[in-house]
Design a protein around this ligand. Structure first.
Ligand code: SF4
Length: 91
């Protein structure tokens, strides 16, 4: 089983403190783009003391890295104000 690490530059997210500090994120989104559903813009920072986030679950069964609702990519890249998963690849 892959422990997918996260390279996240969505600095408006409350879990971003020099990287993703959520223990595990869920990737979801809509028909237009795959996005991080854990993203939340708040006037505070939370999560782990250091950036060590992983993908806990991914709802994008239409992505070729998805196997049984888990991500099998070694690392994903999250960017922008919508926390877009740039590692998404359509099957
Ligand atoms: S690369 Fe694909 S399977 Fe992995 S988190 Fe992004 S959308 Fe989900």
């Amino acid at each position: 089983m892959t422990q997918t690490t996260i390279d996240c530059t969505s600095t408006t997210c409350a879990y971003n403190n020099h990287g993703c500090t959520a223990l595990a994120v869920t990737i979801g989104g809509n028909t237009k783009e795959a996005t991080c559903s854990t993203f939340i813009a708040l006037d505070m920072r939370g999560g782990l003391p250091t950036a060590d986030g992983h993908v806990g679950a991914c709802q994008r069964i239409d992505c070729k890295h998805n196997n049984e609702l888990m991500c099998e990519a070694p690392e994903i890249i999250i960017t922008g104000n919508t926390a877009h998963c740039t590692s998404y690849e359509a099957r």
